[in-house]
Write a protein that binds this ligand. Structure first.
Ligand SMILES: Cc1cc2nc3c(=O)[nH]c(=O)nc-3n(C[C@H](O)[C@H](O)[C@H](O)COP(=O)(O)O)c2cc1C
Length: 380
C-alpha cells in the first residue's frame, strides 16, 4: 500500500485504479481548463503569516455550517456520478462524512438515490437540486428530500447548460456515453473497480429512475437529462423553490456580487461562491479571486461558503482568511473514493483536518473563528 501524505497522493492512486474515462471526468474542467487551473494557482499564490511564541496548545476546528455543528469547516460538495468512481460511492462518502462529523451533499445526478443514502446514515444530509423543465418532477424531488429529512437544499445555479469538457468527448463519456474499444480495454485492466461497480446497489441515476420518459437505462436517462435541464431558470424560480422547501436553502454557483445580492433577496440562508470546480464557464475568475468582493457585498447578511481548488487544510485556511465561513470539497473527495473507497474519503478528510490544525498552530490561531485577513502575509 503506498504511503499517503496528501490529497495529491490520493489523486495519483485514483488515477491508477479507476478507468481513464471516469478519472478524467472527475479530474477535468471545461474547454481549455483555464479556470480549473486558476482555482489552484490563485490559492497557491496566497501566503500565510507565520506567528510564533503564542500558546496554541488547545486548538478548536469546530464550527457551524448553515446552522449545523461540524467538526471542521468543510462539507462534501455535490458530485454527480460519484457512484461510478467506486460502486455505491454516494453511500460510502455519506457514511465517511457522518463518521467524521461534516455535512454530506447528495447530487441530483447521483447514482445512489436519496432514499438509498437516507437508509445508510442516521444524521440528516444536504440535497443538491438541479431545476429541470418538468416542474412536477422538481417538486417530487423536493418532496423526497423533505421525506428523507434532508436538512438543507443546495440549489445549483451555474449548470443550466453544460460547459463542454473536451476530455469527456475524447474519452467517449459524452451524452449518451459511448463504450469505445479503448474504454473496454482500459476497464479490463481495472478489475477491482469493475467488481465494485458490478456489486453496487445501482448503476443508473438513482434519483431519476422511473420518473423520465426513458426508463432506467443510463444512456437513455442521460439523453433525457440533456433535454430536461431548464435554461430559463431565473430568480423567480428560486422563489418557487423557496415556497416549497421549508428548510435551509443554499444557492451554489455564485461568482458575482450582484448575483450574491439577488440570492440574499430571494431568501437564501447561505451561498456557495463557486465556479463548479472550473467545469462550466472557462475564462471565469477563480473562486478565491472573487470571494473577498462577495463577502464585502453580502457577508453580513448570509453565510458564505466557498469551493474551487480546495485540496488541503492550508486552502481551507486561506478561504476562511478571505471571509468564507467554510468550504466545500469536491475533487479531493472523489480522489479519495477512487483511490480507496470509503477509507479514501475518510483519509481525504483527515488529511485536510490535520493540515488545517497544523496551519492554525503555526499561524498562532487557537480557534477557526479567529481566522481572518490578518492571518495572511502581505508584502510591505
Ligand atoms: C465530477 C464532478 C461532478 C460534479 N457534479 C456536481 C453536481 O452534480 N452538482 C453540483 O452542484 N456540483 C457538481 N460539481 C461541482 C462541485 O460540487 C464543486 O463545486 C467543485 O467540485 C468544487 O471544486 P473542487 O473540485 O476543486 O473542490 C461536480 C464536480 C465534479 C468534479
Amino acid at each position: 500500500m503506498p504511503i499517503i501524505t496528501n490529497v495529491e497522493d490520493l489523486r495519483r492512486l485514483a488515477k491508477r485504479r479507476v478507468p481513464r474515462a471516469i478519472f478524467e471526468y472527475a479530474d477535468g474542467g471545461a474547454y481549455d481548463e483555464a479556470t480549473l487551473r486558476a482555482n489552484r494557482a490563485d490559492l497557491d499564490a496566497i501566503k500565510l503569516r507565520q506567528r510564533v511564541m503564542i500558546n496554541v496548545d488547545q486548538r478548536s476546528l469546530r464550527t457551524q455550517l448553515v446552522g449545523e455543528n461540524a467538526t471542521m469547516p468543510v462539507a462534501i460538495a455535490p458530485l454527480g456520478l460519484t457512484g461510478i468512481m467506486h460502486g455505491g460511492g454516494e453511500i460510502h462518502a455519506a457514511c465517511a462524512a457522518e463518521a467524521f462529523g461534516v455535512p454530506y451533499t447528495l447530487s441530483t445526478m447521483s447514482i445512489c438515490s436519496i432514499e438509498d443514502v437516507r437508509a445508510a446514515v442516521t444524521k440528516p444530509f444536504w440535497f443538491q437540486l438541479y431545476v429541470m423543465r418538468d416542474r412536477d418532477f422538481v417538486e417530487s424531488l423536493i418532496q423526497r428530500a423533505i421525506a428523507a429529512r434532508c436538512s438543507a437544499l443546495v440549489l445549483t445555479a451555474d449548470l443550466q447548460i453544460q460547459g463542454q469538457r473536451h476530455r469527456d468527448i475524447k474519452n467517449g463519456l459524452s451524452v449518451p456515453p459511448r463504450l469505445t474499444l479503448r474504454n473496454a480495454l482500459d476497464i479490463a485492466t481495472k478489475p477491482a473497480w469493475a467488481l465494485n461497480i458490478l456489486l453496487a446497489p445501482r448503476r443508473t441515476f438513482g434519483n431519476l429512475v422511473g420518473l423520465g420518459r426513458g426508463g432506467s437505462n443510463l444512456s437513455t436517462l442521460s439523453q433525457w437529462i440533456a433535454s430536461q435541464f431548464d435554461p430559463t431558470l431565473s430568480w423567480n424560480d428560486v422563489a418557487w423553490v423557496r415556497k416549497r422547501w421549508p428548510g435551509k436553502l443554499i444557492i451554489k454557483g455564485i461568482l458575482d456580487a450582484d448575483d450574491a445580492r439577488h440570492a440574499v433577496d430571494t431568501g437564501a440562508d447561505a451561498i456557495v461562491v463557486s465556479n463548479h470546480g472550473g467545469r462550466q464557464l472557462d475564462g471565469a475568475p477563480s473562486s478565491i479571486a472573487v470571494l473577498p468582493g462577495i463577502v464585502a457585498a453580502v457577508g453580513d447578511k448570509t453565510q458564505v461558503l466557498f469551493d474551487g481548488g480546495v485540496r488541503s487544510g492550508q486552502d481551507i485556511f486561506k478561504a476562511m482568511a478571505l471571509g468564507a465561513q467554510g468550504t466545500m470539497a469536491g475533487k479531493a473527495i472523489l480522489y479519495g473514493l477512487g483511490a480507496m473507497g470509503q477509507d479514501g474519503v475518510r483519509t481525504a478528510l483527515e488529511l485536510m483536518r490535520n493540515e488545517l490544525d497544523v496551519t492554525m498552530a503555526l499561524t498562532g490561531t487557537r480557534d477557526v473563528q479567529e481566522i481572518g485577513p490578518h492571518k495572511l502575509f502581505v508584502a510591505d
